[in-house]
Structures are given as C-alpha cells and as structure tokens.
Design a binder for this molecule. Sequence first.
Ligand code: S3P
Length: 171
Amino acid sequence: MTGPKVVLVGPMGVGKTTVGELLAARLGVSFRDTDADIVAAQGREISDIFVDEGEEHFRALEKAAVAAALVEHDGILALGGGAVLDASTRALLAEHPVACLLMDVEEAVRRTGLNQARPLLAVNPRKQWRELMESRRPLYAEVARVVVPTDDRTPDEVAQAVLDALELKEA
Ligand code: S3P
C-alpha cells in the first residue's frame, strides 16, 4: 500500500515537526502534520478547541484527521502526541513505518516549559509529564516500528537515526 514514508509519533515537544521537516527535505517529499490539519480545518488553535469543546471532542477530530492523512499523504507525517490514545488509530498505524521519538522527563520539562499552547501541561508540568509518559509509553511502543531517543542529539542527528533505523535512502 502507499502511504507516508515515515509517520512520526512521540510526546509533545520532542521535535516531530523539526525532524519531520528535515526528513522531508532529505527524502525530497512533503511534510504534513495532523495538528496543523486540524487547526486549518477548524480555523482555530488546538488550545481553544480544548478549552471550548473539551479533550474528547479534540480526540474525535484528531482520529479523523489521522485516518485521512494516512490515506492521502505519501511524504512525512507527524501526529499529535496523544493520537496513539485511540485504539483504532493504533490499529491503522500497524500498517505504516512508524518512528517514535522519545526523550526523558527532565528533558521534556526543559523543552516545553510552561507552554500555554499545550493545554495538557498548563499546571505542574513535571508531574503531568511523568503521568503522561507512564500511561503513553506502552502505546508508543505498540505502534512504533523503531524508537529513536532524542536526548543529547541535534535534530539532524535524530533525522539521520530515523533514516538509518527504517533503512531509508536520501533522494
Ligand atoms: C497533545 C499533543 C499536541 C496536541 C494537543 C494534545 C497530547 O501535539 O495534539 O495539544 O495529547 O500529547 P504535539 O505533540 O504536536 O505538541
């Protein structure tokens, strides 16, 4: 089947967009991000969707956005950090070359800080990170064909590690 050359999953702030754009440039394909698809389709920011309609509504939009992008896109695709919470999304991902980017909790707190644009981290980010990672780690492991640690690596090094792990050649 056709579909994305690489699907990037992993927690918020791990660098899916930065690394995804690098991978797209190196492979000569385009980059797509399901968070950006949702913002474009809804005409509003994700934090506003969370506040106004709640997380459940956002997850329904996300599930549909991921399913559409997996069919339509043949470049590099990055998913929001919580896309793997949905079981049917995880089942769809089994068919695709999924790379999970990971970082440790201290690195996560440092990279994302108190980020208003990330509604799940608005209060007590360290505790929330720990809980998020504990609950999501098995889900990332379930969908990932390869897991790439990003601690102490530049975005270029992470992109190279993804290419190596998935045995993809540059254009
Ligand atoms: C979320 C991650 C965000 C965005 C939303 C929820 C999550 O995407 O989808 O704020 O549940 O981890 P990024 O991982 O692109 O920041």
